[in-house]
Ligand binder design. Structure first.
Ligand code: UD1
Length: 340
């Protein structure tokens, strides 16, 4: 069988880098694209070390139409996995234009370049954020959709654009993958989540408190309608998420059918569950202060994963303790991330 050729955008980011490695392990030929706006070139060395071959890489911004056209003119791709996007909710409310320009502009530039070169197979990074405040739990893919901030709006709009594209041209096969809360790291400790500045998300913040880089965790809200009053989320190991991309890609290539699927474990854990699991994994303590709720946060969010289980044959296998152990190993081995 000829090797399938896949283009990855946002390839040196957290989810991109883990998916890259998994695709190589599954026999795909991969070319990565990134502009390093939120990642480091050092990721390429780490991937080289892990994969045993030099990763094929092009430094480019997906919003740059001529750069994207050049990528597709140079070589043929069977499919694209599009990770490249801005993803900080708070920042998106301060810089909405940057979010619309990058996340919508980048998607348009990319799909136009793809269409121009008859590459119509796409896996798109969506997010559980498209469910807004969920009406019932666990959340199924046919739940109502809404957004409460520009970041969420770009994911919702990205999904709409791709659905419209599929309606207009049945040649497109698109997977909209709605991620719940990706955490953890590769078990080698060589690649992981590398936030710049103060982490916005819970797990990297907890890891930095455990490592002594930050003093205390602020627990946002302890009066939610959850068993211990703190927010409940569906944390999913990034390696399980990476495997979900490979399964979704194979599904598109095999069936030419589009699909919208949740990628989560189907289990909810509270902020305090995460803190306690991290304390066990690291053997350190994670001191906490209870503070006010963070605007825009919901009580609980976890996925119904029946669709991905049955249609993609995919299931998350790693539990919260494994997520914390792998996240801790990455934190210990790279105390200043890869840029520092
Ligand atoms: C957040 C985004 C979501 C985005 C995802 C990407 C918001 C409102 N949502 O999801 O749109 O797709 O990141 O990674 O930002 N928490 C604390 N203290 C902290 C940080 C978080 O208590 O310092 C709590 C939160 O209140 C929440 C849980 O930890 O209950 C998880 O938070 P986080 O990791 O930021 O993820 P989400 O808010 O679920």
């Amino acid at each position: 069988m000829t090797q399938m050729r896949v283009l990855l955008t946002g390839a040196t980011g957290f989810i991109g880098s883990h998916t890259w490695l998994n695709l190589l392990a599954c026999g795909f030929q991969v070319v990565g694209v990134d502009d390093f706006s939120n990642s480091s070139p050092a990721v390429l060395d780490r991937l080289h070390q892990l994969a045993g071959t030099e990763p094929a890489f092009i430094r480019a911004d997906v919003c740059d139409a001529s750069a994207m056209a050049a990528v597709f003119s140079r070589e043929r791709f069977d499919a694209v996995i599009h990770f490249a996007a801005l993803k900080a909710v708070g920042e998106s409310t301060e810089k909405p234009l940057a979010y619309y320009a990058n996340n919508i502009g980048g998607l348009l530039t990319l799909t136009q370049a793809m269409a121009g070169h008859e590459c119509k197979t796409l896996v798109f990074s969506s997010s559980a954020t498209v469910y807004g405040k969920p009406e019932s739990l666990p959340i199924r893919e046919d739940a109502a959709l809404s957004s409460t901030n520009p970041y969420g709006a770009t994911k919702l709009m990205g999904e709409t654009i791709l659905r419209d594209l599929g309606h207009a041209d049945a040649g497109w096969a698109v997977a909209l993958l709605r991620y719940f809360n990706p955490v953890g790291a590769h078990e080698s400790g060589l690649i992981g989540e590398d936030p710049r500045g103060t982490p916005n998300n819970l797990m990297p913040f907890v890891a930095q408190v455990a490592a002594g880089k930050r003093e205390r965790l602020k627990v946002f809200g302890h009066d939610y309608a959850t068993p211990d009053g703190t927010g409940v989320r569906d944390y999913i190991h990034v390696l399980d998420l990476a495997a979900g991309h490979v399964d979704a890609l194979n599904y598109l290539l095999d069936t030419r059918q589009s699909i919208t699927a949740n990628l989560g474990t189907g289990r909810g854990h509270s902020v305090l569950d995460v803190v306690h699991a991290f304390e066990r994994a690291s053997g350190t303590s994670v001191p906490c202060d209870f503070v006010a709720r963070r605007p825009g946060d919901v009580d609980a969010s976890y996925a119904d994963v029946t669709l991905a289980n049955t249609v993609l044959g995919w299931e998350a296998t790693r539990d919260l303790d494994t997520m914390c152990a792998d996240s801790w190993r990455w934190q210990r081995m790279n105390p200043n991330g890869l840029a520092g």
